[in-house]
Design a protein around this ligand. Sequence first.
Ligand SMILES: C[S@@+](CC[C@H](N)C(=O)[O-])C[C@H]1O[C@@H](n2cnc3c(N)ncnc32)[C@H](O)[C@@H]1O
Length: 240
Amino acid sequence: MTATNLQTDIEDMDRIQLINGLISQRGYKRYLEIGVKKGSCFEAIKVAHKTGVDPDMRALKPKYEKNWLKRLVAKPKQGFWHHASDNERLYELTSDDYFSRFDDQYDIIFIDGLHQFDQVLKDYVNAQNHLAPGGCVVLHDCNPLTEQAAERERSAETKIWNGDTWKAVYHLRRQGQQINVFEFDHGCGVAPKQPLPQTPWTEQDIRDLKDVPFQNLANDRANAVGLIAWQGFENVPTAG
Ligand SMILES: C[S@@+](CC[C@H](N)C(=O)[O-])C[C@H]1O[C@@H](n2cnc3c(N)ncnc32)[C@H](O)[C@@H]1O
């Protein structure tokens, strides 16, 4: 990526352009993706060191391990599948398991795992705690356009499903966290590294958030999740 294609128009923007642009603009070296699925985003990220975490690596394993089925039966020493090369690591773990086992620091962490707000809250706090100074968190699926897309559980009829990730952003903003959401690609949130509240949430907050209606988002997206217009990389909020 060169400095010129940092001026990306809104039509060209998606999560991959955003992450690659931030890496290029800010000179980031270490990337962590929570929820990699088939690797569509992970493999497109251009960075010196990348790590991916997902409890279901079935789609990616065959690319890395020709004999992965045998290895699975044999159960790897660490008790979970992983792949590591000089510049790339993949772990078949939930994000909670990953963060409880590893202490590595990252410059940019993309949260795109389980799309339920209470898990996203955990991922966000863990991500902030593993960010190097000047780093940032990117969150996917923060701006569902319909009530069905925002349902907590994905139903058989749901075509586009973002889950209730937006409620994590909604809550964190009310806790004073600086997060903004760009509307492309289902809503991409960006939060610079920043101090966390002493108690980011309580059990009562979790119960209350389950009852927050979709209208709180639909009626005022700017206020609910900090939706802002895309105006190029120079306007992506930094710590401030
Ligand atoms: C929407 S997909 C990720 C797509 C990918 N980031 C991309 O942009 O191409 C969500 C993934 O999150 C994974 N996932 C579900 N629960 C998770 C958890 N607790 N921790 C990490 N990943 C999780 C799922 O297995 C699934 O592969």
